[in-house]
Design a protein around this ligand. Structure first.
Ligand SMILES: [Zn+2]
Length: 369
């Protein structure tokens, strides 16, 4: 994204508008953000990068408005009272992302129920001081939402074979561990990346790519695969995941080159994951209970919510699986701030306790990495 240059005429016009915004702020009067970002001169620049698709959910935007989202919201920041918005970035092309309506302003549904507030003016931080003026260093902010234009962020999003977006098999960062949040799960929640319409279509695409890769060596079939995984294609990241999976299955199993006494390589575990999800705690629970599903309860605003802890460590909230307790709690309650480790309670041998208390018994805070 850095390095995109808007045409000089647009830049000059945008500068004039930004100067007017700055003057309005100095005079304590209303700011007017003329929507120059919707103009073809800039939007076409962005569309040239990966075609007409949403940068967040990768859905093609065909016969619908193509929104240009401000990654850092321009006029306010939800849940940050008094923040004037990142107004100085209103006409900074590096702050623009192509977005569909559902990612930009909402409308996604899961089983008929609206979900995902969409990005809107949300810009939660995982860590770092929040920039409030143009003099502040944006690099010190660690955004919670995955940024499709930031190197490395798209790699944190993976897909399972059922077509659901998931955290990829990457270790949690120290900021994720410190906050108990998984950036991918929170992005999926906020942008409703697993809404009821998208998942079966994504799943179908992954199946198609898998079948093509299994049976196709012919150039025509390879061309079909290429068309599904190229960056301009709809849900190409999911298609690429399916292709990689199938190619791994296709690979011939090599005969052992070493004697059978070769030590087994121990898989590298993420030492931080007990601070974000439940997988390392499963061994302290009754396997039969886990197999049946352990009920967790939580109270918020005088309402009791339930989730079921499954044997793989995922939490089922109203038929939807989440790996991180905090995201599961936020999905259940609609709260954007709640901490799932303090919210969810489970009963072990007749003793009710929070997940935080349960974890502290097995991973005392002083010993956690
Ligand atoms: Zn989208």
């Amino acid at each position: 994204m850095k390095g995109l240059t808007a045409p000089p005429a647009w830049t000059a016009k945008a500068k004039g508008t930004l100067d007017a915004v700055r003057a309005a702020m100095a005079a304590n009067s209303e700011r007017v953000f003329t929507a120059h970002w919707t103009e073809d001169a800039v939007r076409d620049l962005l569309l040239e990068l990966v075609g007409v698709k949403c940068w967040y959910c990768e859905t093609l935007i065909v016969r619908a408005d193509v929104n240009v989202d401000h990654f850092r919201p321009k006029s306010e920041v939800l849940d940050v009272p008094g923040h004037p918005g990142y107004w100085w970035l209103a006409y900074d092309v590096s702050n623009y992302r192509i977005a569909c309506k559902h990612c930009n302003s909402g409308g996604a549904r899961y089983n008929g129920v609206p979900e995902g507030r969409a990005k809107g003016s949300q810009f939660p931080l995982l860590a770092g001081p929040r920039a409030r003026t143009s003099l502040d260093d944006l690099e010190r902010e660690q955004p919670l939402l995955l940024d499709p234009a930031h190197h490395g962020d798209p790699d944190l999003l993976g897909f399972d074979t059922a077509g659901y977006a998931r955290r990829s098999n990457t270790p949690y960062s120290s900021a994720e561990a410190d906050s108990g949040l998984c950036r991918a799960d929170e992005t999926i929640r906020i942008l409703a990346l697993n809404d009821s319409r998208i998942v079966p279509l994504r799943s179908r695409l992954m199946q198609e790519v898998g079948v093509l890769a299994r049976f196709g060596d012919a150039p025509e079939i390879q061309a079909l695969i290429d068309a599904k995984v190229e960056p301009q294609a709809q849900w190409s990241a999911a298609a690429a995941t399916a292709l990689a999976l199938q190619r791994a299955c296709n690979r011939p199993i090599a005969a052992p080159a070493q004697p059978a006494t070769t030590p087994v390589v121990t898989p590298v575990l993420d030492p931080r994951r007990s601070r974000v999800d439940l997988r390392d705690l499963l061994e302290y629970l009754d396997p039969d209970d886990l197999k049946a599903g352990i009920t967790l309860t939580g109270r918020y605003n005088r309402t009791v919510y339930q989730a079921t802890l499954k044997s793989d460590g995922e939490l089922d909230v109203l038929g939807r699986l989440w790996r991180t307790p905090t995201t599961a709690a936020r999905v259940a309650t609609g709260s954007r701030q709640i901490d799932g480790w303090d919210f969810w309670r489970l009963t072990i041998a007749g003793v009710e306790q929070t997940l935080a208390e349960f974890r502290a018994k097995h991973f005392p805070p002083a010993t956690r990495p």
